[in-house]
Design a protein around this ligand. Sequence first.
Ligand code: KG4
Ligand code: ZN
Length: 342
Amino acid sequence: MRVVLGIESSCDETAAALVTDRRVILAQRIASQDDAHRPYGGVVPEIAARAHAERLTPLIAATLADAGMTLAQVDAIAATAGPGLIGGVMVGLVTAKALAMAGAKPLIAINHLEGHALSPRLADETLGFPYLLLLASGGHCQVLLVEGVGRFRRLATTIDDALGEAFDKTAKILGLGYPGGPAVERLAAQGDARAVPLPRPLLGSAEPHFSFAGLKSAVLRARQAGVHADADIAAAFQQAAVDCVIDRTRRALAAAGPVQALVVAGGVAANRAIRAALEALAGEHGLRFVAPPLALCTDNAAMIAWAGVERLGQDDPLDFAARPRWPLDPAADPVRGAGVKA
Ligand code: KG4
Ligand code: ZN
């Protein structure tokens, strides 16, 4: 049995995990920075980097202690090396390099998006390649054909905002605070989606790309009109988001060719309405639907450690540079807006 230590620090979660090549999470810890960023309504990069620098090393020590292990018993050190907020990424990557050097262990630099993309295989050993993945988080909204480890074909991306970002901005408009996704979902459950007409950007367009900026602006106008209940606005926003996601993913499925499963990952995969609609779409196509458990959807280090397991044998140089941008499919056509915020 081999064990990989995973480190995640690309946004506002400081996380460490120990995962085996038998898909067992021996230990994992996540320190959320929500409280530090809440007053600002979003993640402040400088505050995030400082918090990672303070918390990461003790968090790794505690994770090792939880598993009753020492660094000597770890087979490799995997860390997010991008994309993300560069200060935080540097903290995690430099820490991983120091541990790799001190322990004479291989360093495995992980693309955070690959961590999300492969996380469903940690949860489900029967999930084989290729699969169609909707990767929707605070910084990304892409549909990827996952053909293997390090082999991605990006079929769609957002031309403006990420889906999680649209949830977060809707939450801000409705005064729900940060992080917004779960709060919008809770409020939406009490509202009537038909009470507020909202647009579905790019619905029916030939290419499977996403757009959420116009939806966000419409939410703002609906709120400012002062005639709708907040719960109805939240419900209408969520329904519009679901309709867009399903229409766009259906289009991507048609372009993808044969796949093993329809898979969703990233923080927005925690949304029950989106999950349910994707499951129905998969059913329509006679496909399996795979969604990792909620704790594996939002940022965590178990997915980074697992990507490290998938890449065991790799040993990256100690001068591997942190990458603020790191597309999974470098050959993908650039689209307006590029769809990558961090
Ligand atoms: O993957 P993640 O933890 O971090 C990034 O890499 O961005 O995703 C965080 C995003 C946030 O925008 C958050 O509002 C959204 O995922 N999110 C949700 C839900 N839970 C988290 N969006 C909609 N519904 C949810 N239940
Ligand atoms: Zn993420």
